[in-house]
Ligand binder design. Structure first.
Ligand code: SAH
Length: 395
């Protein structure tokens, strides 16, 4: 494919000189030369000096990524191989772990290639392509994985066809087919994984440190409410740590998935509550019935629409927090989490602070988390560190 040269607008030159890695269309003088995704681009400044090399690939944000700031590097097979080798070798601690068999081995721009992530699930690799352009490098990526590691099988998700959603199609790529479920471990907790069942495979690996903390420090003999519970991953960590859990999720699949996760952890699911209900209904009911929990976990999606409610983390987190405070015991703990990339930690803490102020309650921050080590981030793209988790004690 023909490589194209693009000039960066003067007002953006400094940003890209500092290494910013996301290509923004509004920063380009001549974006019209971008015709085919996967095209390689050389960026120059207003004085025609070299800025970087990248590729064209439309995502929900940006239209590609800078891959190198060095004039001499070629974006070829060796380039991808070196990036993958470097990333995989940084995860040796996880590969060698006896109680963790699921983690991220390649985290997009954090490992030097925006638009690509690779997760490891006990001898299986799951590749996620975030643009058609990135997908164009598929041959190199597969070849590099095969050269670097042994595995049972590879699966893939294309996050670029329907507005960044995964289209419902076969995710199997090569090697052996994975068992369904494939059972993986994270800090001694088992999770059932379905590599070929739509966009979400059963667990969000970016919460490993938060789950570990809940299990080790906040669970023993506690009653824990897990909201937006999905497959009950937080409930498993809590139950393993000695808590009695209540999991609430709107999706009916959550009942079966959460029961299955209890089963593979040898926990009697009858001792725990799994409720399929709109969480906003549940909060109303819990308040009326004066239910109280020692720990409430809030981990909503950034946006959610249900029959009666529309939730946006950026607009509604404060109210969500207020609902949680109302059903948390005095001296209890709220684990407030968000993966919303449109606000930062300072703003997130402000939502939490406002919620307590409006209810005339006090609190203390116990812990703060962002992405774990395997979700590598780069200072060249700070927005990539989207996860924000705050543990607060309610007084
Ligand atoms: N906290 C989970 C991940 C949440 S994924 C974990 O750690 O694994 C988002 C979940 O929120 C989905 O399972 C979805 O069904 C659920 N959800 C969305 N809107 C909801 C609502 N109004 N009430 C309850 N659950 C909701």
């Amino acid at each position: 494919m023909k490589e194209v040269i693009i000039s960066v607008k003067k007002e953006f030159v400094n940003k890209y000189k500092k290494g910013y890695s996301l290509i923004l269309e509004e920063a380009l003088v001549n974006p019209m030369v971008l015709k085919e995704e996967g095209q390689l681009i050389t960026f120059i400044d207003d004085k025609k000096a070299f800025l970087g090399k990248g590729y064209y690939g439309k995502q929900n944000k940006g239209c590609g990524w800078i891959l190198s700031n060095s004039k001499n590097s070629n974006v070829d097979y060796k380039f991808f191989y070196d990036k993958l080798r470097n990333a995989f070798s940084k995860r040796m601690k996880y590969y060698h772990s006896r109680d963790t068999s699921a983690f991220r081995v390649f985290n997009g721009e954090g490992d030097g290639i925006g638009g690509l992530t690779i997760d490891y699930f006990d001898e299986y690799y799951l590749i996620t392509w975030y643009s058609k352009g990135m997908y164009g490098f598929k041959e190199y990526i597969i070849k590099a994985i095969k050269a670097l590691v042994s595995f049972d099988g590879i699966y893939e998700k294309k996050r670029f066809e329907e507005n960044g959603m995964v289209v419902d199609e076969d995710s199997y790529l090569c090697g052996k087919k994975a068992p369904e479920p494939l059972i993986v471990k994270e800090n001694g907790v088992n999770f059932a994984i379905y590599l070929n069942d739509g966009a979400m495979v059963g667990v969000f690996l970016d919460q490993k440190e938060v789950r570990k903390s809940i299990k080790e420090k906040y669970s023993k003999n506690k009653r824990i409410l897990n909201t937006f519970s999905y497959t009950g991953a937080f409930s498993m960590a809590a139950a393993k740590g000695g808590a009695i859990t209540t999991s609430v999720d709107l999706a009916s699949r959550s009942l079966e998935k959460t029961t299955e996760n209890f089963k593979i952890n040898n926990i009697d699911s009858e001792k725990h509550e799994i409720i399929v209900e709109d969480i906003f209904q549940y909060f109303k009911r819990a308040k009326k019935e004066e239910l109280k929990f020692d720990v409430v976990i809030l981990d909503p999606p950034s946006f959610a629409t249900s029959k009666d409610n529309r939730f946006s983390a950026a607009k509604d987190y404060k109210d969500l927090m207020k609902s949680a405070i109302e059903i948390t015991e005095d001296e209890g703990v709220i684990v407030a989490s968000t993966n919303c990339a449109t606000f930062n930690m300072a703003k997130f803490k402000k939502f939490i602070d406002d919620a307590f102020k409006e209810l005339h309650k006090n609190y203390g921050i116990l812990e703060e988390h962002s992405l774990p080590e395997d979700f590598a981030v780069t200072e060249k793209f700070p927005e990539g560190n989207y996860l924000k988790v705050v543990f607060v004690r309610v007084y």
